[in-house]
Design a protein around this ligand. Structure first.
Ligand SMILES: [Zn+2]
Length: 137
């Protein structure tokens, strides 16, 4: 069902929600949330979507220690209820995006911000990049 899931720690399955859209996709895990963001050439703005990890599997999408699909999230690794379209904000400026993250108490690393600025500058639409903040500390 999910490709390349084995051996991955990050709950990247959520990414596939956006696979048909033309935009840069950058994401990282922060606490029990996953922060998705990127540049949307069609809107000439940034988007932001913060979702909660599934509390049952911790984001792996599997029952702990097995290869069974987690019943709490159907293998998605995130709480599906929070994957609501209205939770997604788009058409943002980088300043607005930064402000929203600050409101949610989510850190916004300088290197992520720098990459987003680069996406805007190059009007990027095909970038996939996952950050592993936990390995940086
Ligand atoms: Zn789960």
């Amino acid at each position: 069902m999910l490709i390349g899931r084995k051996g991955r720690q990050a709950p990247c399955p959520a990414l596939y929600q956006y696979r048909t859209s033309w935009m840069s996709r950058r994401w990282y895990r922060y606490g029990d949330r996953v922060i998705f963001m990127g540049w949307e050439p069609a809107e000439q703005g940034f988007y932001l979507n913060v979702v909660d990890l599934c509390g049952e599997c911790g984001g792996t999408g599997e029952v702990d220690g097995t290869e069974e699909v987690c019943p709490g999230c159907a293998g998605e690794g995130i709480q599906l209820a929070t994957m609501h379209p209205s939770a997604r904000k788009s058409g943002l400026t980088l300043e607005t995006l930064e402000g929203l993250l600050a409101e949610m108490d989510v850190s916004f690393p300088y290197f992520v911000k720098a990459d987003l600025e680069e996406d805007q500058r190059t009007n990027a639409g095909l970038i996939l990049h996952e950050y592993d903040l936990e390995s940086e500390t």
